[in-house]
Write a new protein. Structure first.
Length: 138
């Protein structure tokens, strides 16, 4: 439901461009989080059903193993690295939250590296760190 806006709140005109951008980004994040929480709520029934089914599969696999009906390769697949048979550690029921993808972060264009160093606002060049300046490297 889109709301029509006829006039601007006067306090918005006093804010800087950076504050308005931060506010817009914060609102977008809140909308995305509300949508994600609603999706999680929808997936709860599916996750509960999956939990019941996974428990049933684990119990059946244990029964097959206890009665020596499970092939060796399958038993190895449900075993830990030390050889202990534990299908409950291999098969796990999903949670409702794990069924909903997390919000994608804005990715940088291909080939652009992620820099942690500061840029000089005047020249646009990277500023050496204080440690590099002390060491005399910069």
């Amino acid at each position: 439901m889109a709301a029509t806006i006829d006039k601007i709140r006067p306090d918005l005109l006093t804010k800087s461009d950076a504050e308005l951008e931060r506010l817009a980004a914060e609102i977008a994040m809140a909308q995305a989080e509300k949508k994600r929480l609603a999706d999680i709520k929808e997936k709860e029934a599916l996750a509960a059903e999956a939990g019941v089914r996974v428990e049933r599969v684990v119990a059946d696999v244990k029964w097959l193993h206890d009665n020596d009906l499970l092939p060796k390769r399958v038993a190895e697949g449900f075993s830990r690295g030390d050889g202990m048979f534990s299908p409950g550690m291999i098969l796990r029921a999903p949670t409702a939250e794990s069924l909903v993808p997390k919000a994608a972060r804005t990715a940088k264009p291909d080939g652009e590296k992620k820099f942690r160093r500061r840029k000089d606002p005047k020249t646009g060049e990277y500023v050496p760190s204080k440690a590099a300046q002390k060491a005399g490297v910069a």
